[in-house]
Design a protein around this ligand. Structure first.
Ligand SMILES: Cc1cc2nc3c(=O)[nH]c(=O)nc-3n(C[C@H](O)[C@H](O)[C@H](O)COP(=O)(O)OP(=O)(O)OC[C@H]3O[C@@H](n4cnc5c(N)ncnc54)[C@H](O)[C@@H]3O)c2cc1C
Length: 423
């Protein structure tokens, strides 16, 4: 271990979503001591389906040794059929556009990441950072519940509404860009008897969909609706959020009423405005941001989860390579990812108008496009283009670079287990 690395060993990560545990995984491999503080009282189960696209995403999962587990838990989702008021199919979105190359429920992914990190990571559930005071040697973090503690570095992996970002960079209004869409998602009985499939019903400004989950034993109800200029909602007032959904879908046809009736008793109701995060820089002093906290490309891009995994791999790798020089590591992390993140975020451009068309003509136009998709010459190119974007990064093999250095220096900073990371 080099003298400089001794100075950068403890890393506080805010958020046990996807990016946080993935970062902890790699940091522990490289000999750092990660602590994750998560606001939720326990690991968040359930949730919506997320997907990985292309080699870059999959290769990081493979290097982590969890690709087989993610594959074993994948949803095997088929196409999403758009239906009319009577439930008859009018068009369909192909599975590879809708579900990527490997789709998994977010809760299942969270469990896999937790199991892969829990031995080497200190998890603190039910708490949140309230203040960060940085000096030349480290950062003192204060918490809602725990006593203040010192860390060498702090990473905000706490999502779109990141507390770490607010504390280190200022109020979120400067970085969070609402799309004008809102979304609600919850688990509900699979009352339509869907078999690894989804149904969606589109009316101007409103999309409601259901897809089966966990081998058809349950379903996810999904609402995306336009409410441009709506006043910002209270993120902790679930009853008010449910009233907003019910108001937005009043009088909507198909299965909407039944789904709305199931909403209050859902075990895992999730609601938020759909917003992107745009920042010029993801680090300040000893604090860095990662995942949705830094660059949320919105769920409309289908890239957020893969980006979180890739970003964690790069951030940890650069910290290990920099041997404790966090400023150099953060600069290289941003250089390595900025262009890639921009490309992935661009995938969301214009998607809102397709997903939730604003008027009847546009809704009709969307259906016609999906209907014709299997027959047009550019069939398959949409998924291929998304995959190309997801692959547009050359990932360094940090494990072997570090191993080579270790061999040269004979007894350097690497933890012995890092060899596994370089597979
Ligand atoms: C409805 C929806 C559908 C999506 N569909 C897809 C998809 O199909 N494909 C895809 O790739 N991506 C999808 N995404 C995006 C994907 O979920 C995110 O991009 C990804 O989870 C980013 O991971 P993250 O760890 O950065 O943030 P998150 O997963 O949001 O995790 C942040 C964590 O921080 C915790 N937290 C928040 N505040 C604090 C605090 N103050 N202190 C401590 N902890 C805190 C939260 O509880 C959470 O556990 C979707 C997102 C949504 C909302």
């Amino acid at each position: 271990m080099t003298p400089t690395q001794k100075r950068t060993r403890t890393v506080l990560i805010s958020g046990a979503g996807v990016a946080g545990p993935a970062l902890a995984f790699w940091l522990a491999r490289y000999g750092f001591r990660p602590t994750i503080v998560e606001r939720a009282p326990a690991l968040r189960e359930g949730g919506y389906a997320v997907d990985f696209r292309g080699e870059a995403h999959l290769s990081v999962l493979e290097r982590m040794g969890i690709l087989a587990d993610v594959r074993a838990a994948q949803t095997h989702m088929g196409a999403m059929a758009y239906v009319n008021d009577a439930g008859r199919e009018v068009s369909r979105m192909p599975a590879d556009v809708f579900s990527g190359d490997l789709e998994i429920l977010r809760g299942d992914l969270g469990r896999i990441l937790y199991d892969a990190t829990k031995e080497q990571t200190e998890y603190v559930f039910g708490d949140s950072i309230t203040a960060l005071a940085e000096d030349a040697d480290g950062v003192t973090a204060s918490f809602e519940r725990a006593e203040p503690r010192r860390f060498d570095l702090v990473v905000g992996a706490d999502g779109v509404h990141s507390t770490v970002r607010s504390l280190a960079f200022g109020p979120e209004e400067a970085y969070v860009r609402p799309t004008g869409l809102y979304s609600a998602i919850f688990t509900t009985p699979n009352h339509l008897g869907l078999d690894h499939a989804g149904r969606a019903y589109l009316t101007p400004g409103r999309l409601v969909a259901v897809y089966s989950a966990r081998d058809n034993t349950e379903a996810k109800a999904v609402f995306y609706f336009a409410a441009p200029g709506a006043p910002s909602h209270d993120r902790r007032d679930v009853a008010a959020q449910q009233r907003m959904v019910a108001r937005a879908y009043a009088g909507n046809g198909w299965e909407t009423e039944r789904l709305l009736a199931a909403m209050p008793s859902a075990p895992d109701f999730w609601f938020d405005s759909i917003s992107a995060v745009r920042m010029d820089s993801w680090s300040r002093g000893r604090v860095a941001l990662l995942g949705d906290a830094a660059w949320c490309p919105t769920p409309l891009s289908g890239m957020g989860t893969g980006l979180a995994i890739v970003g964690a791999y790069v951030l940890a790798g650069e910290l290990a390579l920099a041997g404790g020089d966090h400023q150099a590591a953060f600069a290289r992390y941003e250089d390595a990812l900025a262009e890639y993140v921009r490309g992935c975020a661009k995938q969301a451009d214009g998607v809102a108008n397709w997903m939730v068309p604003g008027n009847r003509f546009m809704a009709w136009f969307v259906h016609q496009n999906y209907r014709l998709l299997p027959y047009v010459p550019w069939k398959g190119r949409i998924a291929a283009s998304i995959r190309r974007t997801a692959n547009a990064i050359d990932l360094a093999d940090y494990g072997s670079v570090l191993r080579t250095r270790q061999n040269r220096a004979c007894g350097s900073a690497l933890a012995p287990s890092d060899n596994a990371a370089a597979r």
